[in-house]
Design a protein around this ligand. Sequence first.
Ligand SMILES: [Zn+2]
Ligand SMILES: [Zn+2]
Length: 242
Amino acid sequence: MIPGLPQLKQKLLDEIYPRSCCSCGKDIREGDEHGLCWDCRADSVALGPPWCERCGQIVAGRIDHEFICSDCEENPPRYQRGRSLYHYEGGVREAIHALKYHRDFSVIPDLSRLLLAGLKTYFPESEGLVLVAVPLHRSRQRKRGFNQDAELIRGVRKLDPSLKTWAGLKRIKNTDTQTKLSKAARRENVRSAFAVKKNVKVPERILIIDDVMTTGATLDACARALKKAGGVEINTLTIARG
Ligand SMILES: [Zn+2]
Ligand SMILES: [Zn+2]
């Protein structure tokens, strides 16, 4: 088969700028591998049930009923369903690092493909679902030059242009400076870190996209702001949980 123009262009680019896997350094020559090779992707540990229906926290042992973890029982998150796809380790962790800290955009198509697969699996009724990035504070955005979540959403929409996105959420508090605070104080501080921009209409069904979920406080704070401004159904999807 004669390769099409995009493939030819990629082949040429590969000759000039050989790509390599961000995790193992292996040369990448395949069309559907970009910055993370298949081996490293396959090495990453996918998360799956049994887990908390609400936040997606993995539960040890067998569960044959709908389960809500004690964290969610005590402090119900504002989002309806939170799902993470991988443990934050191995190739997936390397790829997220490469993007965030080394501006390696070559991993975006690989990570976007994982996100889209997760979206189709856990949110199959994607009709009317609007993707929202966790916004960075102005000063952080200026320093980094890009928002990784917004870039990932752009990657997902390249694969499925029918998906919509919305950029009406903003970060009003810079929470970078809170490393000296206690865990509880940090949680409290992030609670009011987000707000919806003035005079914008919040979509009814939202899927917040983030690279990594740690405590879930940031996602909950986003969901809180969106709900307050009229969002009806807020869900979250992250590549990894660490
Ligand atoms: Zn690799
Ligand atoms: Zn939970």
